[in-house]
Write a protein that binds this ligand. Structure first.
Ligand code: FES
Length: 295
């Protein structure tokens, strides 16, 4: 009997599904000298495991398990990835199958794409002004438009203008009215989704109208163990609002924060820019009174 040379390719295999099982199968087959086609219906490989933090029962980091395999597959000369594809039909006999795959369009040139994400930020479809409540034009009151135009004009030629514009709008309105954000998106040619990502990330910004004075009760660990929950209850009772609500006279909005950076003064509360440290529930009515009288 003739011995086969060790490195001789003995065929090709199709692995359907590029989850952790499919990936390992593809690697094992390729390592044994078989050409592998690894197909998956998703745009990328990794399957459910790529979405996990830890895996049962060892509590191993999922990404630490999957990352070396992702790299190995990407670099392996005998593994060909066929993503965005589903199996249409298969016929033939063992050793000689013919398979038809249905491949969806990816709409990008995979050989040219570097994964920089610029196409997402500059997508011409998303940059189109979106209608507001059925209207095709964003209409701002003349004085609002003038103010917003002025703010945009001040910052649009500076580096990273979005944050500067949002800070100025926040200073002017204390929150971001929806039609103002849409107008900014249109004028600055920045996708609204990108603006909302920034506007909703920072605690200092709000999409809802807020009171003149922002009461931030620190619920960070140090303040919490020193009784900030009692302070929160006291503010809530005294202002007759719940967390994240605003008083009817638009004077106070009650918020919580995770550490305001002065743990030595715990429990701490910030009203506007002023920090009140080592605060007791008994002092709360006095603080509210002080700000109520400041108009
Ligand atoms: S935990 Fe409250 S200031 Fe740090």
């Amino acid at each position: 009997m003739n011995e086969e040379p060790q490195n001789k390719k003995i065929g090709a295999a199709l692995v359907v599904g590029a989850g952790i099982g499919g990936m390992q199968t593809a690697l094992d087959l390729a390592e044994s000298g078989i050409k592998v086609y690894l197909a998956d219906s998703k745009p990328s490989i990794g399957g459910v495991m790529a979405q996990l933090d830890k895996t049962f029962p060892t509590n191993d980091c999922a990404m630490c398990t999957i990352a070396p395999r992702l790299v190995a597959i990407g670099r392996h000369k005998d593994i060909e990835l066929i993503t965005l594809s589903t199996l249409k039909n298969i016929h033939g006999d063992p050793g000689n199958f013919r398979v038809t795959l249905h491949k969806k369009a990816r709409y990008i040139d995979e050989t040219a794409c570097t994964g920089c994400g610029s196409c997402v930020a500059n997508c011409p479809v998303r940059l189109k002004p979106q209608p507001l409540n059925g209207e095709s034009i964003i209409q701002l009151a003349p004085e609002v438009k003038e103010r917003v135009d002025q703010i945009i004009g001040e910052h649009r030629h500076r580096r990273g203008p979005l944050m500067l514009v949002l800070q100025s709008l926040n200073a002017a309105y204390n929150y971001f009215p929806e039609d103002v954000l849409r107008y900014v998106a249109l004028e600055m040619r920045i996708p609204l989704t990108q603006i909302l990502r920034v506007a909703t990330f920072y605690n200092a910004f709000s999409l809802k109208p807020r009171g003149k004075h922002l009461v931030n009760v620190c619920m960070g660990t140090t303040c919490y163990v020193r009784g900030s929950e009692r302070l929160m209850d006291k503010f809530s009772d005294a202002l007759e609002i719940k967390l994240d609500e605003t008083t009817r006279d638009m004077q106070f909005t009650l918020k919580s924060v995770r550490c305001i950076g002065c743990c030595g003064l715990a429990p701490a509360v910030m009203v506007g820019e002023q920090v009140f440290g080592k605060l007791t529930a008994r002092e709360v009515p006095g603080i509210i009174q002080k700000y109520r009288t400041v108009t």
